[in-house]
Design a protein around this ligand. Structure first.
Ligand SMILES: *[C@@H]1O[C@H](CO)[C@@H](O)[C@H](O)[C@H]1NC(C)=O
Ligand SMILES: *[C@@H]1O[C@H](CO)[C@@H](O)[C@H](O)[C@H]1NC(C)=O
Ligand SMILES: *[C@@H]1O[C@H](CO)[C@@H](O)[C@H](O)[C@H]1NC(C)=O
Length: 388
């Protein structure tokens, strides 16, 4: 009896503490000024490439970009990416790709992401499977060089043509550092490893991501916004090749179950590691953003949110076993076919079978930028505050 009363007291106390914290947290975000971000440095793959792979290898073709930019701009969508909605939300201009050389502006940061990037280096060239040579460790080295050279320019007495297009040296640590990478490490794993082998590799992959975060911290980065990976098993291109699946191979939305399970396992490790990193990188505010849940929520409720079934793709041509990728030409049964776009991309989740449409990116942005799927649950405008 006494024990029961004690437990009940503890429970009631706990309830009050939680309630208190929740109120304080909400209040704090409400009264704290927005972070005064000086820029954004992004690391990742095609989910956030704003022109890197296009500038370095072959340009992204029309009809990419048709909805928003009205021409191809190196983004693998019909319009804006989540990263674009993020910079709009925090009040910064669109971020130039570090590898681009024409009409770029690095006053408010740079984007090191390239389509096909992985966390770990791959033993493949871009011509074999589209894997970018700019893995996360290389992107981190690029940032290090970028920062060192800018500091050198500002500190030297030599006349410099134009510093207005470059970040100011003191501003690096007041920038937001964002990461969206890992999906391609899993895709390569699906092609080259069995489930057990890939499963066993996850801690190593996360370890390499952690190394980059630590290196950026050593370079002065203090605010991190880390995306987890999406439901890769739901990519239409992955499901096209599934013939006569065994019962249970696909989930109720037609996604490849084991691939999504691996993605969730990756995310579990990533989240645990991010939480541990907070005690190791004591001056950093590190936000973990649950992209998986946002994307899966959209995929599993497409009708409710005004989209067609998520396995339909807007751009590209798929007939029997032939797939002509968005913007490319091919021959189906002796007839030339163009992988062109649907009339209304806004009703599709998938733009090209791999990447989402601008409309889907906007939907996801509306569900993650306010912090409701983040740990801790703070909006991107306030991701510079730690221990809220
Ligand atoms: C990944 O981490 C391992 C140590 O676990 C290290 O030896 C390797 O060089 C790293 N690779 C990349 C690409 O960062
Ligand atoms: C890369 O792959 C080739 C061909 O499979 C192989 O001969 C080579 O040893 C591999 N290199 C590394 C570093 O794994
Ligand atoms: C090509 O045409 C033949 C007969 O007309 C048909 O059976 C086959 O499915 C077609 N293949 C494709 C890829 O459309």
């Amino acid at each position: 009896m006494e024990l029961f009363v004690k437990l009940a007291r503890i429970w009631i106390l706990a309830l009050f503490i939680c309630f208190d914290l929740a109120v304080v947290e909400g209040d704090k975000v409400g009264i704290l000024p927005r972070c005064s971000w000086t820029g954004i440095y992004n690391f990742g793959d095609s989910n956030s490439d704003t022109g890197g792979i296009s500038a370095t290898f072959t340009p992204v073709l029309s009809p990419y970009g048709m909805t928003f930019f009205k021409k191809p701009v190196g983004r693998l969508s019909d319009g804006r990416l989540l990263l674009d909605f993020l910079v709009e939300y925090i009040g910064l201009p669109y971020v130039s790709a570090y590898l681009d050389t024409i009409n770029t502006n690095y006053r408010h940061g740079a984007n090191f992401a390239t389509g096909g990037s992985t966390i770990r280096r791959q033993n493949l060239t871009i011509l074999q499977g589209g894997i970018s040579p700019f893995s996360l460790d290389i992107q981190t080295i690029q940032f290090t060089q970028f920062k060192a050279r800018i500091i050198d320019l500002w500190s030297s007495n030599q006349p410099v043509a134009d510093k207005s297009q470059l970040q100011r040296p003191d501003d690096f640590s007041k920038a937001l550092f964002t990461m969206d990478i890992g999906q391609n490490d899993l895709s390569v794993g699906f092609r080259t490893l069995n489930k057990q082998q890939l499963h066993a590799k996850i801690p190593d992959i996360i370890n390499n991501l952690t190394i980059s975060i630590q290196q950026l911290y050593e370079q002065g980065a203090r605010s991190f916004w880390i995306h987890n990976t999406g439901p890769v098993g739901c990519l239409p291109v992955a499901t096209f090749n599934v013939k006569n699946p065994k019962p249970g191979y696909l989930d109720q939305y037609g996604c490849i179950r084991y691939q999504n399970n691996i993605a969730m396992e990756f995310n579990k490790y990533l989240k645990a590691r991010v939480i541990r990193l907070r005690s190791e990188l004591t001056d950093a505010a590190i936000t973990y953003v649950d992209m998986y849940t946002a994307k899966y929520k959209l995929i599993s409720n497409t009708k409710e949110y005004g989209f067609k079934d998520h396995l339909n793709i807007c751009c590209g041509h798929h007939e029997n076993d032939v797939h002509i990728f968005c913007g490319r030409k091919g021959i189906v049964n002796g007839t030339r076919v163009l992988g062109d776009a649907c009339a209304n991309p806004a009703t599709y989740v998938s733009w090209d079978g791999v990447h989402m449409t601008e409309a889907a990116n906007r939907w996801v942005a509306n569900h993650v930028l306010d912090g409701s799927l983040s740990d801790p649950p703070i909006p991107a405008t306030h991701a510079c505050y730690k221990n809220l």
